[in-house]
Design a protein around this ligand. Structure first.
Ligand SMILES: Nc1ncnc2c1ncn2[C@@H]1O[C@H](COP(=O)(O)OP(=O)(O)OP(=O)(O)O)[C@@H](O)[C@H]1O
Ligand SMILES: [Mg+2]
Length: 594
């Protein structure tokens, strides 16, 4: 178990063909009513498409080119029959498209939903590994081929096969020998379809992957637009985007090339069959072994097979793309393990909770250097401990182990004496409130941002927390006060205002453990001092870990621990440490002297 997290992968191999197919089939089964309806309608369509040429044959043989000595029938019943069947087929075709495209759209939506909820569960390591663009692309671009394949290709493919089989049976029944001659084009068509499928498959996979690259690049430029513009890197970004776009273009062109070399052949080859029927069928007609009606039936059915044959080529291609996409999506859906939950979860004890780091060693990845080394740290229940240390010493890393954003490589973290791996993630995170170093606010009214941690809030408590965190100093002046929309579609708060909202949000969550990562780094020192005085009573009774670079925030703490290179090097009461030599006075001595 200690080495566990290193072996868990956030870069799973893509799924094999068979499991991917099975996965899609399971999804299809979920929509089986509409799916089977689509297939049944496809069967109707096929039968009607065969019945119409049969009726035409009857019309020719019984009403137009009647054999000598036979009574010539009226052509009208045949005409009416043909038009009626064609009309029914129109309705069938419409309903079939309607049913099957719904299946495709629903399966796409299901997969997007599955991916999205998986994204919400994935561990932080996943997001360290994958660029946002790739993550987005897999829930958008990658799903389109699946929708097209299931919504159109699958049933169209089945219908094409049914059509070929049904037409084959009719032809054999009418004249087996001529049917054999007309099958002349079949072997080369089969070869062509197989060759096409084999050639296009790797290119389709590449196209999907390259599209992800482009989304990733675009995302990087948009998210980092400030830096791009400030440093005049537009050209570089554009060129890099251009390279990626060129990659997609190249891959799509190669795909089009393969299609262009193979698909026209599928259109051409049936002409050979038609020629064979003209020759052999024509001789049979002259010899009196075949009626004109049967001759026309052969030609009509063969012409009717051109599209199904071409469709099979397209659908093979589409199927490859869909499978490639699904293989990527399924790999993420079942290849990435969410945070391991305990089989038999324990409960947290009542009352204030202690925090204990027991010989904790941590590295971000299997090959990365250790960031924390064999670290022991005890925080008593209700104690406020400040973690100080130079930048990069591991403060944020240490704090991120408390809500289990990461699991230690070795050692344990205990809350209230319980190993946090024995708590359900919900229990653990319900007990820990967090202010991150760069707080993120939701695109929502300020009020909702404040109460995000709690649904059952009491507005007086919210206001009290706002006073403690200094939100009351600016919130009433916002355009709509506490109802002002914050974020991308609303008012942008300053860094210091954002930090104070995050701080108030953590207080409102009213948890027994509070983890603050440099919560006041963006406010001026005067405001910081004022807020520390108000925060201290607001935090009373809670166990607090606060990482900070600033002496005025240290004033919040009962005790301070100095980290250097992931090891605690000094610990004590702030006042005592300032007087003594050591890491703490090295960090802050100048500030005090000034
Ligand atoms: N997601 C990550 N993946 C890999 N390495 C990381 C990651 N986050 C941080 N590190 C590395 O871990 C080390 C400690 O970083 P950490 O953010 O914990 O420092 P810090 O003490 O919080 O610094 P600061 O005072 O600047 O916030 C650094 O060397 C950093 O490069
Ligand atoms: Mg940090």
């Amino acid at each position: 178990m200690p080495e566990g997290h290193r072996s868990r992968t956030v870069d799973p191999p893509e799924r094999g063909l068979v499991p991917t197919f099975r996965g899609l089939l399971v999804l299809w089964w979920g929509e089986r009513r509409l799916g089977f309806l689509g297939l049944a309608l496809a069967l109707c369509y096929t039968l009607l498409s065969i019945a119409i040429p049969l009726l035409q044959q009857e019309a020719i043989d019984n009403a137009i080119d009647v054999a000598p000595g036979h009574h010539r029938q009226s052509i009208w019943p045949y005409l009416i029959g043909i038009v009626a069947l064609a009309t029914v087929r129109l309705g069938v075709n419409f309903s079939r498209r309607f049913a099957t495209s719904r299946v495709g759209i629903r399966i796409e939506a299901t997969m997007r939903g599955l991916l999205y909820s998986a994204y919400l569960r994935y561990p932080r390591r996943f997001y360290d590994r994958w660029a946002t663009g790739q993550v987005l692309s897999r829930a958008t671009n990658d799903l389109y081929p699946i929708r097209y394949f299931i919504g159109w290709g699958l049933v169209q493919g089945v219908q094409s096969v049914m059509m070929i089989v049904a037409a084959g049976i009719v032809l054999v029944l009418v004249n087996a020998q001529l049917a054999l001659y007309s099958a002349i084009a079949m072997p080369p068509i089969t070869l062509l379809v197989l060759r096409f499928a084999r050639r296009v498959s790797p290119i389709s996979t590449e196209v999907q992957a390259r599209k992800g690259d482009v989304t990733e690049m675009a995302d990087e430029a948009v998210v980092g637009i400030e830096m791009v513009q400030a440093f005049g890197r537009e050209d570089i970004v554009r060129d890099r985007f251009g390279d990626r776009a060129e990659g997609v273009r190249g891959a799509v062109l190669r795909q089009a090339g393969v299609e262009a070399r193979h698909l026209p052949g599928l259109f051409y080859l049936p002409a050979l069959s038609i020629a064979a029927v003209v020759y052999f069928g024509g001789r049979a007609v002259i010899g009196g072994h075949l009626t004109i009606g049967q001759f026309v039936l052969f030609e009509t059915l063969l012409l009717q097979l051109v599209w199904p044959l071409e469709a099979i080529g397209w659908i093979t291609n589409l199927g490859q793309r869909a499978l490639a996409s699904a293989a990527r999506s399924f790999a993420w859906l079942d290849g990435i393990e969410p945070l391991a939950e305990p089989l038999q979860p324990l409960a947290l004890p009542a009352g204030p909770l202690s925090i204990r780091f027991e010989r904790v060693t941590f590295a971000y990845g299997g090959d990365d250097p250790d960031v924390l080394h064999d670290l022991d740290l005890d925080v008593a229940a209700g104690e406020i401990v400040a973690i100080c240390g130079p930048t990069g010493s591991g403060k944020t890393t240490l704090l991120s182990l408390v809500p289990r954003f990461y699991d230690p490589t070795a050692g344990n973290v205990l809350i209230g004496g319980v190993n946090i791996r024995d708590l359900t993630v919900t229990d653990l995170r319900g007990a820990v409130a967090l202010v991150t170093q760069r707080p993120v606010l939701f695109s929502a009214p300020l009020r909702d941002n404040l109460t995000a941690g709690r649904e059952d809030h009491n507005w007086d408590d919210v206001l009290a927390a706002c006073v403690a965190a200094g939100v009351d100093e600016f919130a009433p002046r916002l355009p709509d006060g506490y109802d002002t929309l914050i974020g991308e579609r609303g008012v942008n708060l300053s860094g210091g205002q954002r930090q104070r909202v995050a701080l108030a949000r953590a207080l409102i969550a009213d948890t027994r453990v509070v983890v603050l990562d440099d919560p006041l780094s963006a406010v001026d020192t005067l405001t910081e001092r004022r807020l520390v005085r108000r925060l201290k009573p607001a935090l009373a009774g809670r166990t607090v870990l606060v990482a900070t670079q600033r002496l005025s925030t240290v004033a919040l703490a009962d005790r301070v621990v100095v980290l250097r290179d992931g090891r605690p090097v000094q610990s004590g009461i702030p006042r005592d440490l300032l007087g003594a030599d050591g890491a703490f006075s090295e960090l802050f001595g100048d500030e005090v002297a000034a």
